[in-house]
Design a protein around this ligand. Structure first.
Ligand SMILES: Cc1ncc(COP(=O)(O)O)c(C=O)c1O
Length: 407
């Protein structure tokens, strides 16, 4: 008897849709394509030789590194991270507060497993990172959305939204926020808003997930205090990752948060993947402990600042002045462009014909919206591609809105 897989599928599997970013990545893989789609680091600066050298840990500590690992994380990497993060997050990070994960995407997954039952609510920014909202949706979460402006999440909108969920007897599992060099909006939450957000979480007894993988990719200006520091208590779990500061192929991330929550997430992780790859953690630990990470960060920052400048120049040159809106990012990977008189669904069709790929705005709006916006990643493309690709987008915009879009 033929097996009917459709009948076996869970409600989640039936409802699941491929990620818009992954779909665009297929177009980006075509020969000759210019990709501003995925949030990929610049491949030309991966520290390949140094990483290869660090792989000697497989020979030096092979019997430990090739064994099953501790779920909380490989001890030498955990020790490095507690020391490295404490001054950078502005508050002590101990082993008990730290969980090393398979990428920081897993932090969100474990938090969802820990706090979301079907029908619960998660408060998210609008727009927000679709990789994580997809996981929340799969778990049956409903979304309360809060707009983002140049100062980050509009925190003043929160009390009313929290009140209306609670008045209906709904449970708010957590507030999901990307405070620094936002994906996709490119903006950074001001100190004032950070303080307000933490105050709201404390007043209403809410948990915040501070998703901060771009924190250390700053091109100019001073570091801002983490939500984890401003809270000083148990209301914030802060996630980070080696994906954007070293190499996403390592699949090593982390989170720092209240000890009881970290314990619960650790137990849940045991049945997901037992631990993040010990081989990967060990190579990353070798790399970091010898000071190489601190030497590599300025190289990334220099490369990406240059690319950000090139994209900014190209946007000013090729996009219709006065109509295209964006905020220049002071770090991170992304530009977020809004064109009120252009439908991005039409724009992407025209651009794909010319092999220029980006991610249209709609998937970044879990409750709908974003039809006139799109995300551009500036870190992956070469300097030449940055200019050519934006020129193509500018031409396509003029074809779609010829009357208004004069440069
Ligand atoms: C805001 C945000 N959170 C999480 C992730 C996932 O990163 P990781 O590779 O560490 O799983 C990304 C990746 O693009 C991201 O932009």
């Amino acid at each position: 008897m033929a097996i009917e897989l459709d009948k076996l599928y869970s409600q989640t599997a039936r409802a699941v849709r491929p990620s818009a970013i992954r779909e665009m990545a297929k177009h980006a893989a075509q020969p000759g394509a210019i990709s501003f789609a995925r949030g990929d680091p610049a491949p030309e600066i991966f520290p390949v030789e140094e990483f290869y050298e660090c792989a000697r840990v497989l020979r030096d500590r092979g019997s430990e590194v090739l064994q099953y690992g501790n779920t909380a994380g490989y001890a030498p990497l955990a020790d490095f991270l507690t020391g490295w993060l404490t001054p950078r997050l502005g508050r002590p990070v101990t082993r008990e507060k730290l969980l090393i994960t398979s990428g920081s995407g897993q932090v969100c997954d474990l938090l969802v497993r820990s706090t979301v039952d079907r029908g619960d609510f998660v408060i998210v920014e609008e727009p927000t990172f679709l990789g994580n909202t997809n996981g929340m949706r799969n778990a049956g979460a409903n979304f309360i959305t809060v707009p983002v402006d140049e100062q980050g999440m509009v925190v003043a909108a929160l009390p009313e939204k929290i009140g209306s969920v609670r008045a209906r007897g709904g449970k708010i599992s957590f507030i999901y926020v990307i405070p620094t060099f936002h994906n996709p909006a490119g903006v950074t939450m001001s100190v004032e808003r950070r303080r307000q957000l933490v105050a709201v979480a404390q007043e209403y007894g809410l948990l915040i997930m501070e998703d901060d993988p771009y924190r250390f990719v700053r091109f100019e200006g001073d570091d801002l205090p983490s939500l984890y520091e401003l809270d000083g208590g148990d209301n914030v779990v802060s996630a980070g990752s080696f994906s954007k500061i070293l190499a996403p192929g390592t699949r090593v991330g982390w989170c720092v948060g209240p000890e009881p929550l970290i314990r619960t997430m650790t137990v849940l992780k045991q049945s997901v993947d037992s631990s993040a790859s010990v081989v990967s953690q060990a190579i990353v630990a070798e790399y970091c402990r010898s000071g190489k990470l601190d030497g590599f960060l300025p190289k990334i920052i220099e490369n990406y600042r240059r690319k950000r400048d090139l994209m900014e120049a190209a946007l000013r040159k090729y996009l219709p002045a006065g109509e295209a809106q964006w905020t220049m990012p002071n770090g991170g990977f992304f530009y977020w462009i809004t064109m009120p008189n252009v439908k991005t669904a039409d724009l992407i069709k025209k651009c794909l014909e010319r092999k220029v790929v980006f991610v249209p705005g709609e998937p970044f709006y879990p409750n709908g919206g974003g039809e006139h916006s799109f995300r551009l990643c500036f870190t992956f493309a070469t300097p030449d591609q940055l200019d050519v690709g934006i020129r193509v987008i500018g031409e396509a915009i003029r074809e779609l809105a010829p009357a208004k879009a004069k440069a």
